[in-house]
Design a protein around this ligand. Structure first.
Ligand SMILES: [Zn+2]
Length: 342
């Protein structure tokens, strides 16, 4: 099988398209023929060696894959060859106290597929059968590969880590990003009024098409003041944040009394400062969110089947042009998702 392997970290890193032996599943594993795999910021962090976890090369990146099962290993009873599946990329043990109660995103023995194990920028991937989620009828591989990582991250943030009530004000940062584009749609479906941000005209237009009621220019220093103006000085009930750094500091000035900030990323900085006085006087919350549970994946795919959550696909590349896809995402000239079809 063909696989794209990262052989040296860098910006850009060095990739090689290699011919590797076909995979055979171990006990409780399945081998999936990958049909589409989304590209994510996580892949860029792997490329440049910028993750706070030990990395070994060569490594096949890719963590947002969909395809069909080609072989099921010993002890796998609920899957057979030909089944169409999405793959949950934060691998979980299924046995620790958190997995036992369905909180796989808190697993004590978690591993990241495409980072600590070879991922989906390859014709085949071998994974524990417990991380497979069945694709609903009518959901194609591209849709799954464009939604199941960032989309289910947003699903976890908005329906598990926090709750959204009809009429709430929700601020979804970066409305053209994977998490932001899903957060706008999910918040709207839950009856919220949505404000979003974007750094270019095209990104703001996309956020508006996805249902945001107001979209602000994030390159202007006064966008937090605009949020306060739109909400009649009240502020928003919930901020869906994934940037970190100065943006995390700014969103607290947009937050209503009793409001929450839920965050799942820190591209712009991992050590923001927080003024605790307004934070506790206004009884606000800062909530961490990491990955997703299996239930969030299933919900994301069901919403996609029902037309409540639409993928935003910018461009699809063949495996041989994967390095170009990485460059495009790094250049931030992307509206929605970049996919690779191995
Ligand atoms: Zn576990």
């Amino acid at each position: 099988m063909k696989a794209l392997q990262l052989v040296a970290h860098g910006n850009p890193g060095r990739f090689e398209l290699r011919d590797l032996p076909d995979l055979t599943p171990g006990p409780q594993e399945a081998v999936v023929r990958v049909r589409a795999c989304g590209l994510n910021r996580l892949d860029l962090w792997l490329e440049e060696g910028g993750l706070p976890i030990p990395l070994r090369l060569p490594r096949t990146p890719g963590c947002e894959m969909a395809g069909e099962i080609v072989a099921a290993g010993e002890g796998v009873t609920s899957w057979r060859a030909g089944d169409r599946v999405a793959v949950q990329s934060n691998l979980f043990c299924g046995e620790c106290e958190f997995c036992a109660r369905g909180e796989e995103s808190l697993c004590l023995n978690g591993q990241l597929l495409g980072i600590q194990r070879d991922g989906g920028f390859a014709e085949q991937v071998a994974v524990p059968a417990r991380v497979l989620v069945r694709l609903p009828e009518g959901v194609d591989f591209d849709t799954s590969a464009a939604l199941t990582l960032a989309g289910s991250t947003a699903m976890h943030m908005l329906t598990d880590r926090t709750r959204v009530k009809p009429g709430d004000w929700v601020l979804a940062i970066g409305g053209a990003s994977g998490v932001g584009s899903a957060a706008i749609q999910i918040a709207r479906q839950l009856g919220a009024r949505v404000i979003s941000t974007g750094s270019t005209e095209a990104k703001r237009a996309l956020a508006q098409r996805l249902g945001a009621d107001f979209v602000l220019d994030s390159t202007r220093d006064d966008w937090p003041a605009e949020v306060r103006k739109i909400t009649g000085k009240r502020g928003v009930d919930l901020v869906v944040e994934h940037v970190g750094g100065a943006v995390l500091e700014q969103v607290f000035t947009c937050l209503a009394r009793g409001g929450s900030v839920v965050t799942c990323g820190a591209t712009a900085g991992r050590e923001p400062t927080l003024n605790l006085w307004p934070f506790f006087v206004k009884q606000q919350r800062l909530i961490g969110s990491y990955g997703r549970n299996r239930a969030d994946m299933a919900a994301t795919l069901e919403w996609a089947r029902d037309g409540k959550l639409k993928p935003v696909i910018d461009r699809v590349f063949p495996l041989g042009q994967a390095a170009e896809a990485f460059a495009q995402l790094r250049g931030r000239a992307v509206l929605g998702k970049v996919l690779i079809r191995p």
